[in-house]
Design a protein around this ligand. Structure first.
Ligand code: FES
Ligand code: MG
Length: 568
């Protein structure tokens, strides 16, 4: 084998001596003799990313598999992002994590990598990094947590926080009861148990072909996760021997498979920006319109929160992702390969649905057309997205007066004021929350409803923003409006009182005022103060708009696994 790591370890000179000697520490000489692939375990375990804190145990199982297959495993802690903790938004740091991981994979003497992620931004950042280095790679998703219950009712992480907190604001749940539910929300190790962004991105990794088929959705505490981890370690060694790289696995066909999967499972809108960013790293020609085109007509088959009732644990018990994919097998690209070297479709043979209340048959879908819709119009020249599966059907065609907010702080300051001129037909508009404006495009697009309307029993309204929303959230929410207000988008020119027209069937989002008047209006400059230095400065200067995945312009593409110059 012609191993990349041999560029450090082979030979009898001073420098190869240095590389070996410092790495020996109990390893035998033959670990460096050129026939044992060195496998990094890019590990996002962190106490501050609680959804990933169990990944050190997962890494142990991966290591056993690597050893068993004749490789040498090396734990590589990488930048980790805890969705609930990191401010101003984990999305600001996704590209930093991707860049740091990419560079560390390239800089080190490794031949392949196992990617351990879970919480929302971790799998996207790892896949972006792996795509740009293009070393043989396999993902092990850390898995969802078990379902917690409160007063006899299952709790969906995220989704039920939004729901319960709105009940408190509406006066239908006491604050004491709300706080009492807090300790029931997170029952076990693992990431959010709804079909939020973490579960979605695990399914995306599998649909892209980047996991051992059958791994995504295995609950974090389930022994079978460790079994899959062991096997993934073995597979990583094999990937190096076969020379199978992410660029051979993540082809355009794989991305289209991911889009079909996204619709069938009712996945998070965040997958749109993440998949666009990953594709950009690979030079795969994927556009916003591919999501609409390929997703349209794909039925929603999985009855999971936030679009439905159940949780990830139930999906796994009911047959898992494979059982879902088998129902839509005819929509999948039959040639798109997985890390096993065989097409995704090949791995669906034994799949079965064990509980049809969780995974529906193709003939009995929850929704016949669950794809993410891409809207355009004078409010969103470069597109905006909406997830019809999580929206109220009666609001998908709507005309209403805009109530405009210039920032999240503006929302909190005015939303619940009894004087706010708003009714249930109004359209709430939030700007200044895009990639550049916030900066980092936070998950604030599902802005709360005004208290006086909640008290009247209103539970959904049309909302429009240049932000994202949590994958666990729901509502008739238009997101990712591009260009964003801070980048000169028309959202900056909307005024309170303007008539807004949403027509999802026609894929339109417009403000109904004459074009000449809209153009003539001065933009309202929104967004945060210009960052002075550091990552925020770099980010604000280089981040692309949502329709290109909100990656940094200079990170698009790949530098491959080129070995750098000698270090001494
Ligand atoms: Fe980590 Fe939801 S907060 S997955
Ligand atoms: Mg999130």
């Amino acid at each position: 084998m012609d191993l990349r790591s041999s560029r450090w370890y082979s030979g009898n000179d001073r420098n190869s001596y240095i590389h070996r000697a410092w790495m020996r520490r109990g390893l035998p000489r033959e670990a460096f003799e050129g026939d044992r692939p060195h496998i990094a375990i890019a590990n996002t375990a962190s106490d501050l990313t609680p959804c990933n804190s169990h990944l050190n145990e997962v890494a142990q199982s991966v290591m056993h598999g690597v050893w068993e297959a004749g490789g040498v495993p090396l734990n590589l802690p990488v930048v980790s992002l805890g969705e609930t903790n990191v401010r101003p938004t984990a999305m600001l740091w996704r590209n930093l994590a991707a860049m740091a991981t990419e560079e560390m994979l390239r800089a080190n003497p490794i031949d392949g990598v196992v990617l351990l992620g879970g919480c929302d931004k971790t799998i996207p950042s790892l896949l972006m990094a792996a795509a740009s280095v293009d070393l043989p790679a396999v993902v092990v998703p850390g898995g969802p947590m078990l379902t917690g219950h409160f007063r006899g009712t299952p709790l969906g992480c995220g989704t039920d926080v939004w729901r319960l907190s709105e009940e408190v604001r509406a006066g239908t749940l006491s604050r004491e009861a709300f706080l009492e539910s807090e300790s029931s929300m997170i029952r076990s190790r693992g990431h959010c148990n709804t079909m939020g962004t973490a579960s979605t991105m695990a399914c995306m990794a599998e649909a892209l072909g980047m996991t051992l088929p059958g791994t995504a959705g295995t609950p974090a505490p389930d022994s079978r996760l460790l079994e899959r981890s062991h096997e993934s370690g073995r597979l990583a060694v094999d990937l190096v021997k076969q020379g199978r790289r992410p660029s051979q696995v993540m082809t355009r066909g794989s991305f289209l498979n991911a889009i079909v999967t996204l619709a069938a499972v009712g996945g998070s809108t965040n997958a749109v920006v993440h998949l666009l960013a990953i594709a950009g790293r690979l030079g795969v020609d994927l556009t916003l319109d591919d999501f609409d085109r390929t997703g349209s007509g794909v039925p929603l088959l999985v009855d999971l929160q936030p679009a439905g009732r159940h949780l990830m644990d139930d999906l796994f018990r009911a047959g898992g992702l494979a059982a879902v994919l088998k129902e839509v097998e005819d929509l999948l690209d039959p040639s798109a390969l997985t890390v096993t070297g065989r097409p995704l479709a090949d791995h669906l043979a034994g799949a079965e649905i064990w509980d049809e209340s969780v995974i529906r048959r193709r003939s009995d879908p929850i929704l016949p057309d669950a794809g993410i819709a891409v809207l355009r119009g004078n409010l969103a020249p470069r597109g905006a997205v909406i997830k019809p599966a999580a929206a109220s059907p009666e609001l998908l065609r709507h005309r209403g007066r805009a109530v405009v907010f210039d920032s999240v702080e503006d929302v909190y300051a005015r939303l619940d004021s009894p004087d706010l001129d708003v009714d249930e037909t109004s359209v709430l508009v939030l700007r200044g929350c895009g990639p550049k404006g916030y900066p980092g495009m936070p998950e604030v697009g599902n802005l709360p409803l005004p208290q006086k309307l909640l008290a009247k029993g209103v539970r959904d309204m049309v909302r429009i923003s240049d932000a994202r929303m949590s994958g666990t959230a729901y509502g008739t929410v238009v997101l990712h409006t591009a260009p964003e207000a801070a980048a000169g988008g028309p959202l900056a020119k909307v005024r309170t009182g303007d008539p807004i027209v949403l027509d999802v069937a026609a894929r339109r989002l417009d403000v109904d005022i004459p074009d000449a008047e809209l153009h003539a209006r001065p933009p309202v400059v929104t967004g945060h103060a210009e960052p002075a230095r550091g990552w925020e400065r770099l980010y604000a200067d280089h981040v692309t708009q949502a329709d290109r995945g909100a990656d940094l312009d200079f990170l698009i593409g790949s530098s491959g696994d080129a070995v750098g110059r000698e270090s001494h």
